[in-house]
Design a protein around this ligand. Sequence first.
Ligand code: F6R
Length: 367
Amino acid sequence: EKGGYDHFMLKEIYEQPSVIKDTYRGRLHVNNGIIQMAGIEDNLEKFLNAERILIIACGTSWHAGLVAEYIIEEFARISVEVEYASEFRYRNPIITNKDVVIAISQSGETADTLAAIKLAKENGAFVFGVCNVVGSSISRETHAGAYTHAGPEIGVASTKAFTTQITVLTMIALRLAKAKGTMSNTEFHTHLQELELIPEKVTETLALSEVIAKEIAAIYKEVPNCLYLGRGYNFPVALEGALKLKEISYIHAEGYPAAEMKHGPIALIDEKMPVVVIAPKQGHYDKVVSNIQEIKSRSGKIIAVVSKGDTQVKALADHFIEIPETLDAFTPLLTTIPLQLLSYHIAVMRGCNVDQPRNLAKSVTVE
Ligand code: F6R
């Protein structure tokens, strides 16, 4: 049932090209220039009249929410806030019938997310679910929703759920942008075309990462700490990369927006500290390059995720993994891949139980 792979996690990492395609199939129509998702079409007015969108989730799903915040605000110009469900539910938040709440959950059973949804509904908000498990509690408790079509995710560490959540949320952002006219037709079309190409670019990313991720893992498998840095759309990817490493390899890891380094974490840098820097060509490339220089001058070890054809970061980095070029907003779908593989190989080399890490459960149905 692991399809020839050693672990479910690895199988699920490699399924990403096909499940991303499953997730947009029937929804993304490049030739007609439309995105069609029943849950959105039926409730379009609610989204368009929303004063803000509030995203609630936990863990990896919360990271997908952070990526969505940047994408929805950029594409559709609707104000978005992202909150941990566990904080939201206990802090008497301000929530009204002018809010649209998007709850993201792979399992659809996370207790804190479910409780947050109930609270939002009691206060009159319209609640939209992005779930993977069909018929799950959250999919039933929400007013409407859109499923990710990732298929069963068995590995406790979330991989394909994350990239398919981002795919759904990106389509929502594009649909809203179209309805609001916040994106030009040309731009909209370019994004549709590029989104359709993501599965093959994920396949290429897997091929580009395969050998090198293992080599880097072998070098760093014994480190006690690791930092992950990214900016813009890739700041949440840094958080997700760090979460993946800590949960399956038990190495202490932290993700930061790269510019926050100088406000504290840079004190941690010495010749023993590996720093994974997400540095695709798009986005805030020059800023990331200066962040890398700051780390180099303090002897930190740089593991960079770069675009194919990059020269500047490659020259500075101790190791690099290449990804194909894509639009800035879509880079998380590619940059995530090598980080998943890096964590996977480190965990395997450390003899950890990759699919069932200690102390963790697949769905957190207790708070
Ligand atoms: C991380 C992980 C957890 C879940 C979190 C939310 O790899 O698996 O952080 O993302 O428990 O779970 P769902 O998405 O099922 O609500």
